[in-house]
Design a protein around this ligand. Structure first.
Ligand SMILES: NC(=O)c1ccc[n+]([C@@H]2O[C@H](COP(=O)([O-])OP(=O)(O)OC[C@H]3O[C@@H](n4cnc5c(N)ncnc54)[C@H](OP(=O)(O)O)[C@@H]3O)[C@@H](O)[C@H]2O)c1
Ligand SMILES: C[C@@H]1O[C@H](OP(=O)(O)OP(=O)(O)OC[C@H]2O[C@@H](n3cnc4c(=O)[nH]c(N)nc43)[C@H](O)[C@@H]2O)[C@@H](O)[C@H](O)[C@@H]1O
Length: 316
């Protein structure tokens, strides 16, 4: 791979895709390719195949998916299963049938069994039942991991899978129904502060624990995976540290400067009690995260305030 290699970033306008684009551009990669979903709907296999024939990328990073938080997943199981199968399968199949030299598939830490020992090791995959609120999305992602593994086995091509933990950062989705917890809390505490410190309603009990990785750290891990010959087909990407949703709420409340009450809506699901990743495999390969949670939240909150008029609200 050289700085002139044609690198196709599927989903380049999303939170992850745009972070990967920024990281590669900053490192001098000058032949980056992206298509938004209006110009190329990745659910359309014929259109994807024609795109690969026309553009013939050398490297493909799949950061395109139907993505959402716990409620979006729980309420739209077929959408999250089928759209993600269509998107990833079309990209993987077009890539394996063309001159693509390396393919990076992005999954998610929800692929691991709900009650697997913590921290979660890559070898725990498929050893137990999944978390019901997002098992549909998880099954799609597991299929992507296995497709890449099968390609390595059958064709010897470098198709690898990175499993990020919960991500947050610039260009995240701030829609209160479909987003993940961290962007939702930033928006809720900010808007409540401006509304005379009105009470903030959060979901579940606050007791689950989550690990949060700043999206630019993930982008750095993706760049690392392109520039190094990783030996395994599956790598967890995380910080190796987690906190309770209550602790997260208190941290964001302090950063935002909200001084009202927090109210917990027990009608909303908690989801899996914990999903802390074991990050030793990637550490042994030479990469580890560098942005701490407080700094990452402060950076994200500053970005959110500067982009009040244009932040994304993704509808399902
Ligand atoms: N966010 C997280 O906490 C998290 C955690 C772990 C893993 N991941 C993984 O990281 C990847 C990106 O997530 P994200 O948070 O960046 O999501 P995102 O901000 O919603 O971005 C998703 C991207 O996918 C594209 N896309 C969706 N459907 C498409 C279609 N039918 N055709 C073409 N493009 C389509 C969208 O393109 P347009 O903008 O052009 O519509 C968008 O740019 C996903 O694989 C996700 O599973 C995310
Ligand atoms: C990385 C993603 O993790 C996702 O699981 P998961 O962490 O529970 O998804 P989140 O939506 O981030 O929820 C994490 C925890 O935060 C709680 N929570 C509290 N207040 C809020 C709120 O206002 N909004 C949201 N969204 N949550 C909130 C939620 O009940 C849950 O226990 C999977 O559904 C996806 O498929 C993906 O894998």
């Amino acid at each position: 791979m050289t700085k002139e290699s044609k690198i196709y970033i599927a989903g380049h306008r999303g939170m992850v895709g745009s972070a990967i684009w920024r990281a590669l551009e900053k490192s001098g990669y000058n032949n980056l390719l992206g298509k938004n979903s209006k110009d190329l709907d990745l659910r359309n296999q014929e259109a994807v195949n024609s795109f690969f024939e026309q553009e013939n990328p050398e490297i493909v990073i799949d950061a395109a998916a139907r993505v959402g938080g716990i409620l979006a997943n729980n309420d739209n199981p077929y959408t999250f299963l089928m759209q993600n199968l269509q998107i990833q399968n079309n990209l993987i199949d077009a890539a394996v049938n063309s001159e693509v030299q390396k393919f990076v598939f992005l999954g998610s830490s929800c692929i691991y069994p709900k009650m697997a020992p913590q921290p979660l090791k890559e070898e725990y995959l498929l050893t137990g039942p999944l978390e019901p609120t997002n098992e549909w999305y998880a099954i799609a992602k597991i299929a992507g991991v296995k497709a890449c593994e099968a390609i390595q086995k059958q064709y010897g091509k470098k198709f690898i899978s990175l499993m990020p933990t919960n991500l947050y950062g610039f260009h995240d989705n701030f829609d209160l129904e479909t987003s993940h917890v961290l962007p939702a809390m930033i928006r809720k505490f900010h808007e409540a502060k401006l509304n005379n410190n009105a009470p903030v309603k959060l979901w579940g009990s606050g007791t689950p624990k989550r690990e949060f990785l700043f999206v630019d750290d993930l982008a750095d891990a993706v760049k690392f995976s392109l520039e190094n010959d990783l030996k395994e087909n599956l790598y967890n990407i995380g910080t190796g540290k987690d906190i309770s949703i209550l602790e997260l709420a208190e941290t964001i409340q302090e950063i935002v400067g909200h001084q009202g009450r927090i109210v917990w809506d027990s009608d909303k699901p908690d989801g899996t009690p914990r999903k802390l990743l074991d990050v030793s495999r990637m550490k042994e390969a030479g990469w580890e995260s560098s942005v701490g949670l407080t700094m990452g939240i402060k950076n994200t909150y500053n970005w959110f305030r500067e982009h009040q008029t244009e932040y994304r609200k993704v509808k399902i």
